[in-house]
Structures are given as C-alpha cells and as structure tokens.
Design a protein. Structure first.
Length: 314
C-alpha cells in the first residue's frame, strides 16, 4: 500500500530559488545551525506570501514581506543550541537570551547592505499592537505593517509546530488561541498611562490580518481534502482490482475441474501486485478498506473544520 503524500501548507509561487543569493546563503547557515528554525522560516514565508495576496498587496511589497519572513528569525544563528532546541520550558534567563534574537537579527541584516531592507522584519516580528511585545514594547503606530503580517504568520506556525499538527482536523482550536491575541486585554500594566486609553483597545495581533489568515487556513484545509481524495481514488482502484481477484478466487474454489481451477488461479496471478498472493490478498483488501474508511472520515471532519472556521468571530 503506497503512503499518502501531503504537505501541511499548500505550495506557493515564490520559491526559494527566486530569493536573493545573500538571503539563501543565510538560510543555509540557519539550516546548519537548526533545521527546525529554517523550516519554520519557510513556513512563515509561505503564509506571509499568501496573506499578502488576500490583502491585495502589490507584487513588490509582497516579495518584500516574504523576504522579511525568510529572515525574521535569522538572529537565532547566535542563540545557543541548548536554548534554541530545549524541549522543556525555558527559564526566565533563557527566555531573555532567546528574546535577543530580534535585535541580533536586526544588527546582522543592518550591517549588510544587501540584507538591510529586511532588518525591520527581524526586529519587529515579536512586537504587539498593544505595546506588550518585545524587544522595545512599541505599539501599533510604530510597528511596520509588514511586521504585523509577520507576527500573525509566525505565531500561527509556532502553535502548529508546538501542537505537532499533521492534519487540519481541530485546527480551529489553534485559531481560537489567535483570536484571544487579537482581542484587547483586560489589564495592560506594561504601557504608560497616557497610552492606555488608546492601546488598551488593541490586542497583540492585527484582527484584519488574522481574518485573512483564516482564508489561508481554509485554502490549506481544502488542499488537504484534495490530497486525501486523490489517495482515496487510488485506494478505490486497488479495491476494484482486489475484488476482481476475490471473485476469481471464489470461482476457483467452486470449480469442478483442475483445468478451470488453474484458469482462475492464473487470472488471479495476472492481477496480483508486488508482494500479493492467494494467501494474503484478502488481508490486503481488508487493509485497503479500513484505510478508505479512515480517509473518508477524515474528509468529513475536515469539511466540518472549514464550517467551524467560517463561523469564528474576532
């Protein structure tokens, strides 16, 4: 039985080969330091590119935002691997070290004329509209729109990775976490009183951008459904073949002459795939049937998930 092939994020058009050589070079450095962070950067770039499409950004701005996304975590090159790859919760000191990846990434990009245009992505992608982010605790007016897009994509992929999603079933639960971040907090103690009246009406992330992310997630869920349907089509073809073998098998058992038994046996052998024989084909047929039932159930759950996402309110 072949394995179903599926990527969590649907493909997009702005490929790695279209990036400037300096960006690709630093992504390769990042991969050698921590492959998970490199993959995360690619995922965030995928999301940013498609969010920009739904926001009707022009091509130049979309490419700029996507390039910033590829480099947003480049400062993690300087974070010790024992902190970066630590499976347990970080200590307060370790978290303070982790937070420096924003300024470290900014400094790296700013010192290189080729990378300087993308420095703000590294610096601002953990800032929050209500002033509760880092490294500088700036608010909406000071956060570039590009970085607001990055923040939504970055937070979503971080949650997807943390929860080890392999499918979009129950993805609405993750989106509900992001909705909380898009809503104002009841108490904001980290910003000045003269800002409180304005910034207390804001959440951490831009709700307009989050709504667009919902559309991207629905696209990815639809893509997953299409991949599963293609796999189900393969299973159905295999089941048709195996049911024909089973028909020959039953006729062979009821055949009254050796000649007829051999006739049906040879017909079975003509239809066997690699590794199949008259002893195991029924077990293989049952496995295919069970796989198809599971996949059809998954398709049903994914359609339900799309309905749930469409009902989410920010």
């Amino acid at each position: 039985m072949i394995n179903e092939k599926y990527d969590f994020y649907s493909p997009f058009n702005f490929k790695l080969e279209n990036l400037e050589p300096k960006i690709k070079y630093h992504l390769d450095l990042l991969a050698s330091h921590d492959l998970i962070t490199r993959k995360h950067s690619e995922n965030v770039a995928n999301l940013v590119y498609r969010i920009c499409g739904y926001l009707h950004c022009n091509d130049a701005y979309t490419i700029y935002c996507t390039s910033c996304a590829y480099l947003h975590d480049i400062g993690k090159l300087f974070i010790p691997l024992e902190i970066l790859a630590k499976p347990d919760e970080l200590t307060s000191d370790e978290f303070e070290t982790m937070k420096t990846h924003t300024t470290l990434g900014y400094n790296l990009c700013y010192k290189d004329l080729k990378l300087r245009p993308y420095a703000e992505g590294a610096l601002y992608h953990h800032e929050a509209l209500n002033g509760t982010g880092y490294p500088n605790g700036v608010t909406k007016k000071q956060i570039p729109y590009m970085a607001q897009i990055l923040r939504v994509a970055d937070e979503y992929d971080a949650l997807v990775t943390k929860r080890q999603y392999k499918t979009h079933i129950d993805i609405s639960k993750t989106l509900k976490v992001l909705i909380k971040d898009a809503r104002p907090e009841e108490h904001i103690k980290t910003i000045a009183l003269d800002q409180l009246s304005t910034d207390s009406k804001l959440g951490k992330i831009n709700p307009k951008i989050l709504k667009v992310l919902f559309k991207v997630v629905i696209d990815d869920t639809t893509y997953e459904i299409a991949c599963i349907k293609e796999y189900v089509s393969h299973i159905e073809n295999e089941l048709s073949r195996l049911k024909l073998i089973d028909n020959f098998y039953n006729k062979m058992l009821s055949a009254k002459t050796e000649k007829k038994r051999n006739y049906f046996l040879n017909g079975m052998k003509e239809l066997f795939a690699k590794g199949e024989n008259e002893q195991n084909f029924k077990n293989i047929m049952n496995e295919y049937q069970q796989a198809m039932d599971r996949k059809k159930f998954s398709i049903s759950k994914l359609y339900d998930e799309i309905k749930l996402i469409k009902k989410l309110k920010i």
